[in-house]
Design a protein around this ligand. Structure first.
Ligand code: FNR
Length: 427
């Protein structure tokens, strides 16, 4: 009888062994693996308003709940005796290989979770070789994050402003700092009706948070000279309004004392509110963006197969099936339920990415089985950030990668190419 060759156990098993051995020495993971516990820890680490902004969804939050329920309805059917001793979890996107099918979703206003915000996420993403999508509403300018990432993959997410000049400037900056794709988010032409935030009367942008891409932009700042004086809260000067002014002065680049006396921070907020999105956008506007860049363009927020076909017709290089983590249209279809007809419409011609409700390796496996090439992770990484900064994001990413590798192997697939519709029982 011949002996089986000694094989490298692979990163997932090493991670498992590491966690268990630490346990023997009495050490528990700093970042809980259980997501409900992780969320509770993040809530404790954040302000009440900040946590509400991060965790909340639109309306009755039925889509937020449905995103999870729909993943739960899909069941994996494992296969046996298929030699899964070596497991290749890598995926290819736009000609580049990535070690796992996860990307960091663009999440705005990460300063609500941790002072290091996007910079901590960027460092963690680079260390784990996970592509990061810089948010249009980031708390740190894209150039600073890019500089912290070496040659690691980053993309830029664009909200299409009413100012074409600003759109061109953002795209040019993204190219210049090494972003290798542009993700245009289509589902946020207006903010959804977010009840948790409305009950607090809380929109972080009004306090100057999440505006770093704007306040670092030459086109945006040049326009401030002509802009008005900013938002005056109705009801005159109250202690809360004074606190808001101080927060705004702190959030704006430069010295807080000088900012308190300056009209610029308030002018920036007003200008942002005027121009941040363009509800009049149609498919006919896409050639303008195409004319600005040769980078791949992905359309984020696609949920209808007809829109997937239109994306193809209009030359999109990829799509992201997403309901924005349940934050926009309450009652919208779960993205994993929207995926099969969209995958059929796309027919493998361009990559499909998916987000909204991805919480573990099994979710990524299910999305890949139904036709996605990769998945974006949103809130879980922001919770890791809130709990332990850069190290927290790294922990979350490592756990997702390990969970995916084990799920894939235990389901009988040695590589991502072996994951397909027959891997699932379906609802
Ligand atoms: C987001 N999302 C988002 N999307 C985007 O295109 N630009 C952005 O600036 C933001 N900002 C943002 C802030 C917060 C607090 C959240 C929770 C989400 C949506 C995000 O990219 C992604 O679609 C969802 O987060 C995915 O759902 P899960 O993983 O959070 O369930």
């Amino acid at each position: 009888m011949s002996e089986a060759p000694r094989l490298d156990p692979g990163p997932a098993r090493l991670r498992q062994i590491d966690v268990y051995l630490r346990g023997v020495r009495g050490r528990r993971p700093v970042v809980p693996l259980d997501l409900a516990r992780l969320e509770r820890r993040a809530r404790r680490a954040m302000s009440r308003r900040g946590f509400a902004y991060l965790a909340g969804g639109a309306g009755l939050e039925s889509t937020l709940v449905e995103n999870r329920a729909a993943f739960e309805r899909q069941r994996i059917v494992p296969r046996m005796l298929r030699d899964v001793s070596a497991r290749d979890t890598s995926v290819e996107l736009f000609g580049r290989r990535h070690p796992s099918p996860f990307l960091l979703a663009p999440i705005g206003v990460l300063e609500l979770a941790h002072a290091d915000a996007d910079l901590a996420a960027a460092r963690a993403a680079a260390a784990e070789r996970v592509p990061m999508i810089f948010s249009n509403q980031a708390s740190v300018p894209m150039e600073r994050c890019a500089a912290a990432m070496g040659d690691s993959e980053r993309w830029f997410q664009l909200y299409w402003s009413t100012s074409d000049e600003l759109v061109a400037s953002f795209v040019g900056r993204a190219e210049a700092c090494g972003c290798s794709a542009i993700v245009v988010t289509l589902d946020t032409t207006m903010l959804g009706w977010r009840i948790r935030d409305l009950d607090y009367g809380y929109l972080p942008f009004l306090l100057g948070k999440g505006l770093a891409q704007y306040t670092s932009d030459p086109v945006f700042t040049a326009a401030l000279d002509q802009a008005g004086d900013g938002t005056a809260a109705p009801g005159g000067v109250t202690p809360a309004a004074v606190r808001a002014l101080v927060q705004l002065a702190r959030a704006y680049p430069g010295s807080a004392a000088a900012n308190l006396r300056s009209r610029l921070p308030r002018a920036a907020v007003r200008r942002f509110l005027e121009i941040y999105s363009r509800p009049s956008l149609t498919w006919d506007d896409l050639p303008y963006l195409r004319g600005l860049t040769r980078l791949p363009i992905l359309l984020k927020g696609i949920l209808h197969p007809d829109d997937a076909r239109l994306a193809l017709e209009h030359g999109a290089d990829g799509i992201v099936v997403s309901n924005h983590g349940g934050r926009q249209v309450d009652g919208a279809i779960a993205s994993i339920d929207a995926l099969p007809p969209i995958a059929a419409a796309i027919g493998g011609r361009i990559p499909i990415l998916l987000d909204s409700g991805v919480r573990g390796g099994a979710d990524a496996f299910k999305a890949l089985a139904l036709g996605a090439s990769a998945v974006l992770v949103g809130r879980p990484f922001a919770y890791g950030l809130a709990v332990a900064g850069e190290a927290g994001v790294r922990e979350v990413l490592r756990n997702l990668a390990a969970d995916f590798e084990l799920t894939m192997g235990l389901a009988g697939c040695a590589s991502v190419a072996e994951i397909g519709p027959s891997s699932l029982a379906g609802p």
